[in-house]
Ligand binder design. Structure first.
Ligand code: AMP
Ligand code: MN
Ligand code: MN
Length: 318
């Protein structure tokens, strides 16, 4: 499959690299690594959310400022490559038209819930990151990585493993990280950029969300509800909710950490984390997906109703 995918990439005239909605370090890292390899032959497409193309902490990465958005993307692509996109509906909405009309579609991912929605799918479910999958693809094709490509892949792996903390990290993950470091990646600088340069608004907003956290079922379930007005009060952006669910999970007795964010008139975005339980089971009930201990979904209900539905589902797995 890897060979077939690279054959298609070689044959392609113009490639669109599609990232997932609410882009994170993994999808951005893969997109930039691919762009760095393909140069002018490829463009990156990003969703604009809250007036921004990508979370501000990733502004140190190459190519993102020149990335296309739905406003200026033209349907001129014969081939599209989705990176870290777990499902068809995680493709930025209007971009699905481009995906549907492309001659060749490729899906490179690591989500176990990925059903293989493209013509060519290379999905290694359970791998640490799409970045690790992409590294394996480059290596098996004998493609030499530049230090720029290596740095982008390092961002993918670092951020999607929570700094090499999760069970998805294998000896091979460390071996890859070591290989990337040997190619000149400045690991300390990337870690600082990703974790230690948060805006004041983000940290203060997150402190507020944590202080509003509710604990139920002997503190096994903890949740916080985020209204649009909470964001406004702190001048925070959508992207600033990243990391809250992990902070809640880090509290010792908490097994299920939930962040529910108002995302439309009658729509709630759910972010779910666990220590041991399989949260994909919970979110699949609502059409979501993700990983065993980190998953998400959107429930088409207002905040409070979504909370009731979610808690009822979680309690089945307590
Ligand atoms: P989040 O809580 O948004 O950080 O998402 C946690 C993980 O679940 C990420 O790997 C997402 O890619 C995945 N995920 C979130 N929402 C969905 C969804 N609606 N469908 C499939 N996967 C999702
Ligand atoms: Mn992702
Ligand atoms: Mn990922």
């Amino acid at each position: 499959m890897i060979k077939k995918i690279f054959e298609q990439i070689q044959k392609a005239k113009k490639i669109l690299i599609i990232t997932h909605v609410n882009p994170d370090g993994d999808t951005l890292g893969c997109a930039c690594a691919l762009k760095s390899y393909l140069k002018d032959k490829a463009d990156i497409l990003l969703e604009v959310s809250d007036g921004r193309k990508y979370p501000e902490i990733y502004s140190f990465m190459p190519y993102l400022d020149d990335a296309l958005t739905l406003d200026n993307v033209k349907n001129i692509y014969d081939t599209v490559v989705c990176v870290d996109v777990a499902s068809y509906d995680r493709i930025v909405e209007k971009a699905r038209e481009i995906f549907d009309s492309a001659k060749v579609t490729i899906n490179i991912d690591h989500h176990k819930t990925n059903k293989g929605y493209a013509m060519y799918n290379y999905v290694l479910g359970g791998f640490s990151s799409a970045g690790e999958v992409l590294y394996e693809m480059f290596e098996s094709m004998g493609i030499e990585l530049s230090s720029e490509m290596a740095s982008c892949l390092y961002v993918s792996i670092l951020t999607d493993t929570g700094c090499f903390k999760y069970e998805t990290v294998t000896p091979r993950t460390f071996e890859i990280a070591s290989n990337l470091a040997k190619l000149g990646v400045d690991c300390a600088k990337i870690a600082r950029n990703c974790y230690d340069l948060k805006s004041k608004a983000m940290v203060m907003f997150q402190a507020h969300c944590l202080s509003k956290c509710e604990f139920i079922c002997n503190d096994k379930i903890a949740y916080t509800l985020i209204k649009k007005s909470d964001l406004e009060k702190f001048g925070a952006k959508d992207e600033h909710t990243e990391g809250i669910s992990e902070a809640i999970r880090s509290i010792r007795p908490v097994e299920f950490a939930c962040v529910l964010k108002e995302s439309g008139v009658s729509s709630t975005k759910v972010s779910l984390r666990s220590k041991e339980k399989d949260v994909t089971k919970v979110v699949q009930k609502f059409g979501g997906g993700g990983h065993i201990r980190a998953a998400g979904c959107t429930i088409k209900k207002p905040l409070k109703e979504a909370l009731d539905l979610l808690l009822a589902e979680i309690k089945k797995y307590l």
